[in-house]
Design a protein around this ligand. Structure first.
Ligand code: A3P
Length: 328
């Protein structure tokens, strides 16, 4: 990716062991949108660095029964979901509706610093000791269901999956890429990016496999995987928080508390905080990169009708018969 200092290490292709380099050299690889080179592993495209994080995670991560793992495709509401679930499960430790909410960690810390990103942490610190996190451990990942560490699949730990309408996800990724890698993306035509997106050939792609794997997992095992959407969170934030709370067995959450969580984690509230306007993550990435518009249907000001149709056709083809619907 870019040599810009705001690019997190896990999107770079450095610091790899010989064993990882050998495995990587045996994988299909392509030049990609947003990255110089990407590699296909277990059906998905990754940078070398993220792949290293995933491999280490698969090898080392031991799930605990009480774990909560938030899963998303990139640009599908990860930051928001992290904030909401953090506020929810810590509401006794950090009350959101009392006068002490002035000291709430979300007011001074970006959600990505409060909820560790599994493969990112394993890339940056392969020996990171996840057992030191307080219980219940709250973590997030973009790893596909197929590639999850075995212990995550076999333990009763909980997975909350959030998906987003693909056109909004694409547009969010398009603008994120421009912020993160301005030199590489300056001359990259949006038509080519849409093509890569619809072929599934971009970092983290194909998006449909990711969504469908978790969708079917949620149907097969609704006590293990809860499937929510960005649009549902937007329309009925409070009700979705209650659904998540019930799924996680969080006990009673009062209406006042729910309202306070909705407010604390709203786009307007989080994006206006100094930590999310001026701050940086330990990786050097600017926190404001995670807050753009926060809208449903915002794709309209970036995609032409014909490009939108290209994505719509892909959605129709890939999600046909799944029961998942993404209307405009
Ligand atoms: P847009 O680029 O469409 O504005 P992720 O967190 O997975 O990287 O997703 C980023 C997207 O979520 C961005 O979408 C961002 O603006 C939006 N977002 C971030 N925080 C949000 C919040 N509290 N509420 C709603 N949307 C939010």
């Amino acid at each position: 990716m870019s040599s810009s200092s705001s690019v997190p290490d896990y999107l770079r292709d450095e610091n790899l062991t010989q064993k990882t380099k050998d495995l990587i050299s045996s994988l299909p690889s392509e030049k990609g949108w947003l990255v110089c080179q990407m590699y296909q592993f277990q059906g998905r495209w990754h940078t070398q660095a993220l792949l290293k994080g995933i491999l280490t995670c698969q090898k080392q991560f031991e799930a605990k029964d009480s774990d909560i793992i938030l899963v998303t495709n990139p640009k599908s509401g990860t930051t928001w979901l992290k904030a909401l679930v953090f506020a929810l499960i810590n509401r006794h430790k950090f009350p959101v509706y009392s006068s002490s909410s002035g000291e709430h960690p979300l007011l001074v810390t970006n959600p990505h610093s409060l909820v560790p990103f599994l493969e990112g942490v394993y890339y940056e610190s392969p020996d990171f000791d996840f057992s030191q996190l307080s219980s219940p451990r709250l973590m997030n990942t973009h790893i596909s269901h197929l590639s999850l560490p075995e212990s995550v699949k076999s333990s009763p730990c909980k997975i909350v999956y959030c998906c987003r309408k693909p056109k909004d996800m694409f547009v969010s990724l398009w603008h994120f890429g421009k912020k993160l890698a301005p030199e590489e993306t300056a001359d990259y035509p949006i038509e080519k990016a849409v093509e890569a997106f619809c072929q599934g050939k971009f970092i983290g792609g194909p998006f449909w496999d990711h969504v469908l794997e978790y969708w079917y997992a949620s149907l097969e095992n609704p006590n293990k995987v809860l499937f929510v959407s960005y649009e549902e969170l937007k329309k009925k934030t409070g009700d979705t928080i209650k659904r998540i709370a019930e799924f996680l067995g969080c006990g009673f959450v009062g209406e006042e508390e729910v309202r306070a969580i909705v407010k604390l984690c709203s786009f307007e509230s989080l994006s206006s905080l100094e930590v999310n306007r001026e701050g940086k993550l330990p990786s050097g990435m600017e926190t404001r990169a995670f807050f753009r518009k926060g809208e449903v249907g915002g794709w309209r000001d970036t995609l032409t009708e014909s490009l939108a149709e290209v994505i719509d056709r892909t959605i129709e083809e890939k999600f046909q018969g799944s029961g998942l619907k993404f209307s405009c």
